[in-house]
Ligand binder design. Structure first.
Ligand code: UTP
Length: 278
């Protein structure tokens, strides 16, 4: 059983400027729901009800989103619009939300280390809310990863096949397939040139991490772009055969990029139309 899920959400979101100048990227909506709410719903579906969010300056809207807005609720009480708040109300009732700030944006690894104070000494999920994942035909992506964690009891990465020309945007794994679509990771290369890539399997924004990762992160020196990279810390665990990777069933949209964001919007709009025609 993993209880906690960490959401690193302190990044600047520069690819979405000027929208992200005064608003967190994670609040950008796909249809009428902010990106981070999709992520929290995925965590809850995997049984993770302690939601830990790493924020930064200008991110207060995240806290307000997961809180009751009495004035607004009173305003729409008894109207047809009340149902629009049903899902977020359920999350607020079922979950606890805790926050910490990453004071300097020194990379994803550093953001995860900043979350230690909220996580403590237990395994935990990590969701990057700008990677929006859906699986129409079965369990969500975090739930798929939890099944692998329950079998192997070590860190778990989510991976997908990536076209060669896009591998330079991902951490890419090398590994041995132990079960169908489940690999024991032996190596990882961050944003490789096509000739350096050990496979076509790219890491996406979902992790299950064992808490020894915090000590490893403390020892990890800044890597590419001067940032503390989570893949560098995971290398240490991989050398001890303590990292598995699972090919996800479902779809993933890179909503940190404008193109991925538009594709997600099209996909969810199609789903919305289908549901409303039935
Ligand atoms: P990205 O690489 O997408 O960076 O971070 P970004 O700042 O959010 O967006 P761009 O590239 O400037 O447009 C991946 C995830 O890691 C978090 C981000 O919030 C995002 O969820 N992150 C990144 C942090 O929390 N802190 C950091 O220092 C860096």
């Amino acid at each position: 059983m993993i209880r906690k899920c960490l959401f690193p959400a302190a990044g600047y979101g520069t690819r979405f400027l000027p929208a992200t100048k005064a608003m967190p990227k994670e609040i950008l909506p796909i249809l009428n729901k902010p990106l981070i709410q999709y992520g929290v719903e995925e965590a809850v579906d995997a049984g993770m009800h302690h939601i830990a969010i790493v924020t930064g300056r200008g991110k207060r809207a995240l806290e307000d989103h997961f809180d009751i807005s009495y004035e607004l609720e009173q305003q729409i009480s008894g109207t047809s619009k009340e149902s629009l708040l049903t899902d977020i109300r359920r999350l607020i009732e079922e979950c606890t939300f805790s926050y910490t700030r990453q004071v300097e944006m020194l990379g994803l690894g550093h953001a995860i280390l900043s979350g230690e104070t909220l996580i403590g000494n237990e395994p935990f999920g990590v969701i990057l809310a700008d990677d929006l994942c859906v699986n129409e035909d079965g369990p969500g992506i975090m739930e798929q990863m939890l099944a692998v964690y329950n079998k192997y009891r070590c860190s778990v990465l989510a991976i997908q096949e990536v076209p060669e020309e896009d591998l330079c945007k991902y951490g890419v794994i090398a590994g041995r397939e132990l079960d169908d679509g489940v690999f024991m990771v032996s190596d990882m290369v961050e944003k490789p040139e096509p000739v350096e890539a050990p496979s076509n399997l790219g890491i996406i924004g979902r992790y299950i991490l064992t808490p020894d990762i915090f000590d490893i992160l403390r020892q990890t020196k800044p890597g590419k772009n001067g940032e503390i990279q989570i893949t560098d810390a995971l290398q240490t665990q991989a050398r001890q055969n303590m990292v598995m990777a699972v090919k996800i069933q479902g779809r993933r949209f890179d909503c940190g990029s404008v193109t991925g964001f538009v594709h997600a919007t099209e996909y969810f709009y199609e789903q919305f139309m289908k549901e409303n025609q039935e």
